[in-house]
Design a protein around this ligand. Structure first.
Ligand SMILES: Cc1cc2nc3c(=O)[nH]c(=O)nc-3n(C[C@H](O)[C@H](O)[C@H](O)COP(=O)(O)OP(=O)(O)OC[C@H]3O[C@@H](n4cnc5c(N)ncnc54)[C@H](O)[C@@H]3O)c2cc1C
Length: 394
């Protein structure tokens, strides 16, 4: 396809920046990224980068940056909420590298965002426009018009909606459905590792109990512990959304009464000013992610529960496969067909499996968890996906 096609990317989150960088590396020369926030920033939290995700990031040139900034845990384990008994142990580190040819890493979200921003800044084809909140999109025979909240407009030949779970592109051109509360509330915090007893061994540990889980893993080479605590909520009508709804340590602790001392000690270390919660929202799968000159990527297309740690991975894979499709197929229609046919079945599958994993992890019988073979992102074969290679192979 012609490389001077003007392309608009809506949203400069992980999915949007990966898409922009992948497009530039494929030789596209006119990529405008529109982000509603006045500055590019990520929340203070960690992120799992599984081998399928790291393989895609390495493919767009971020291998050295990832190696410098991410941690590679040698193992991970699941433990019983009360006794702390080890229920499952998963090998990571070199064993996964040998198996998949790409690392399993843990990274601070802000560090991955920085890598992507630096990568885009090195590409003259990519222009990032902050302070541009999209209101709606419309299209005609020659292109797409993007209308922003402040009255400004922009044109492009193709618009890619990477604007997250509350996507304006999706609302405006695909479906008027609203995100649904999944029934899970999550708390997150980053704890400084200041004493030997703060160090986790292995450095990634998940405690599970009925209706609750508590995940901890190190990022920034062991300087910080990322905490994600999830509880099934009573209030099924939660409408408040966002990653930064203030909570209190007392509220968090009230969900973990009677838990293992490791978890209680971690909760005591959460700074009151840094205790945030958010309601996890999901949406029904769309019949299609493309409509004419519009297409969706990441959470805008397929928001999912976080129980496989694959939401960002899917956004990253989407961005790379979309860029490869646009580069390798002769027309826009062919490219968007290829993208959707390669990506939708996989993302729909992961969306469903992630929800099922949540039910298993926080099911009614944590005592027997792990006694039969665990169904996980690894056992489902998700790590082997090669986003850089699938278009040429299709
Ligand atoms: C508790 C939890 C833990 C998770 N852990 C992991 C993990 O370990 N590994 C993993 O792979 N995934 C994980 N995920 C999922 C992952 O965070 C998301 O799937 C991922 O961030 C989606 O990226 P995105 O770019 O599609 O959307 P987002 O990251 O939401 O980015 C959307 C961007 O669009 C911008 N935007 C929104 N509306 C507009 C508008 N109208 N106009 C312009 N810009 C707009 C936003 O400001 C934002 O910058 C987790 C999710 C949760 C809830």
């Amino acid at each position: 396809m012609q490389r001077d096609l003007p392309i608009a990317v809506v949203g400069a989150g992980l999915g949007g920046l990966v898409t922009a960088l992948a497009l530039a590396r494929e030789g596209f020369t006119r990529i405008d990224v529109y982000e509603r926030s006045p500055v590019l920033a990520e929340v203070g939290a960690g992120l799992t980068i599984s081998p399928n995700s790291s393989r895609a990031l390495i493919g767009i040139g971020l291998g050295p940056g990832l190696a410098a900034r991410a941690d590679e845990p040698p193992a991970a384990m699941t433990r019983h909420w009360q006794s702390g008994r080890v229920l499952t142990r998963s090998v990571r580190g070199q064993a996964l590298r040998d198996q998949y040819g790409a690392p399993y890493c843990l990274i601070h979200r802000a560090d991955l965002l920085d890598l992507l921003v630096e990568g885009c800044a090195a590409q003259p084809a990519v222009r990032i426009h902050t302070g541009h909140a999209l209101r709606s999109v419309s299209q005609d025979a020659t292109g797409v018009t993007l209308a922003f909240e402040d009255g400004r407009e922009a044109r492009a030949a193709l618009a890619i909606g990477c604007d997250g779970v509350k996507s304006a592109v999706r609302r405006s051109a695909f479906a008027a459905d609203a995100p649904q509360f999944s029934g899970y509330v999550a708390w997150r915090a980053l704890l400084p590792v200041e004493a030997p007893e703060h160090r986790l061994d292995p450095p990634a540990q998940l405690f599970i109990g009925i209706g609750h889980m508590f995940m901890r893993y190190h990022v920034r080479h062991g300087a910080l512990t990322n905490v994600v605590a999830v509880a099934r909520a009573q209030d099924t009508h939660w409408t408040e959304e966002g990653w930064t709804i203030p909570s209190t340590v007392a509220e968090l602790a009230s969900h973990y009464v009677g838990w293992h001392e490791d978890i209680l000690a971690a909760i005591r270390r959460v700074p009151e000013s840094q205790c945030f919660k958010w309601a996890i929202h999901v949406r029904e799968p769309l019949p299609s992610w493309r409509a004419g000159r519009l297409v969706l990527v990441g959470d805008a297309a397929h928001p999912m529960t976080p129980f496989m740690g694959m939401g960002a991975a899917m956004a990253i894979e989407d961005g790379v496969v979309l860029a490869r499709s646009l580069a390798l197929r002769p027309t826009l229609d062919d490219a968007l067909d290829t993208y959707e046919s390669l990506r939708k079945p996989r993302a729909d599958f992961v969306q469903v499996e992630s929800a099922k994993r949540g039910l298993r992890l926080m099911g009614s019988d944590p005592d027997s968890y792990g006694q039969s073979k665990e169904v996980s992102e690894d056992s489902l074969g998700l790590f082997a996906y090669d986003a850089m290679g699938v278009v040429a192979a299709a």
